[in-house]
Design a protein around this ligand. Structure first.
Ligand code: GAL
Ligand code: CA
Length: 351
């Protein structure tokens, strides 16, 4: 009995000692003991599809930014959805995310020409939106003053691809396999109406022409950013033109890789294959540049875009000042692109 009382007394004494320790701690230490006060934020993000290689890599960059902030004084929850390529589905998702309490939305439109419903819902609920990667027209951006955009500078990506292809034609006369003084070329294009598809094609071709390369257009084919669609399109190209294709400009790496898949399936050797260029610098794209199967790509800076998305989101949510970000017209962030060849690919593979 006595032992029991002693034991209880000891436990109580220990408990009071601990309690006093906490109560008499200086305020700062006490806060530390309870964990620092964090700014809570719920960010909703919706992608046009779950199947886009580049965007999936960009989302990894966004998550990393948020994880870094959460080790500091933020407590950000990221709610992720994809619209399965349907704008009406995306409209619903936007309403749902707002009802679930998201403070700010990052929206990758399915149809960049149809943002009206999304903007209306956001405005009614006063939830700001940072659109990204699929750029809406200026008029629509003007519909509300809490809309922002993050993307790449499409013209620059096309120009750099054109520079890479022109440099190869200049340094390697063997690219003109039939020696007719012209480069027989084909383009694999992304979705029709996508700013990156239209502008990249135009800029790549005009940059080559400006550098004095005489081009002979064989075929432009739409493959919607997709490796498998590009493979199908390239198999058709091969059956129509055989080995007379000397250059393929693809609007992204996935389609460039699809073209390589097609040539491999048809047992083309290195010497009979056209030169092939992509854009994005996805991990598979960069590996293909490193092993020589892809002649070059243009790095679509997913880290810079991920950082810009998260920075705009937290600044806007806090009602802070965006001026340090030097946004174009106060609302557009355009990341630079970088040319990647076998010589500098190791710098990008490290990222
Ligand atoms: C482009 C990118 C493509 C695809 C597309 C989706 O910027 O190069 O690979 O991700 O965006 O909108
Ligand atoms: Ca030729």
């Amino acid at each position: 009995m006595r032992k029991r009382v002693m034991r209880l007394a000891c436990v109580l004494a220990l408990f009071f000692a601990l309690l006093c320790g906490v109560i008499f701690l200086p305020t700062d230490d006490r806060r530390q003991a309870a964990g620092p006060l964090k700014s809570e934020l719920q960010v909703g993000v919706v992608l046009y599809t779950g199947d886009d290689a580049f965007l999936n890599e960009m989302m990894a960059a966004v998550r990393k930014e948020i994880d870094d902030l959460n080790t500091g004084d933020w407590d950000i929850t990221l709610v992720e959805r994809n619209a399965g390529n349907s704008q009406s589905e995306e409209n619903e998702i936007v309403s749902d995310m707002i009802n679930e309490g998201c403070d700010i939305l990052l929206v990758n439109l399915v149809d960049r020409n149809a943002p009206a419903r999304v903007i209306e819902t956001a405005r009614e609920n006063n939830v700001p939106i940072v659109f990204f990667n699929r750029e809406l027209v200026r008029n629509d951006m003007g519909l509300w003053n809490r809309l922002y955009y993050v993307g790449g500078n499409a013209a620059e990506s096309g120009e750099l691809q054109g520079e890479l292809a022109a440099a190869l034609c200049e340094s390697n006369p063997g690219v003109d396999r039939n020696k007719d003084g012209k480069i027989q070329y084909a383009v694999l294009q992304g979705e029709p109406n996508h700013q990156d598809a239209i502008i990249r094609t135009d800029m790549a071709v005009s940059t080559m022409a400006d550098r004095g390369i005489v081009l002979d257009k064989l075929s432009y084919r739409i493959a919607n950013w997709s490796r498998s669609q590009a493979k199908t399109q390239t198999l058709q190209l091969i059956s129509a033109y055989g080995s007379s294709v000397e250059l393929i400009l693809a609007n992204n790496d996935e389609m460039a890789l699809g073209a390589i898949d097609a040539y491999r399936q048809m047992n083309y050797t290195e010497t009979d294959m056209p030169k092939i260029f992509g854009i994005d610098g996805t991990s598979v794209g960069l590996s293909a540049v490193a092993d020589g199967s892809l002649d070059g790509t243009v790095y679509n800076d997913k880290e810079a875009q991920g950082k810009a998305l998260v920075n705009i989101a937290i600044t806007v949510a806090r009602g802070g000042d965006l001026s340090a970000m030097h946004l174009t017209n106060g609302k557009y962030y355009y990341a630079d692109y970088y040319a990647v060849t076998a010589e500098n690919v190791s710098d990008y593979l490290k990222q």
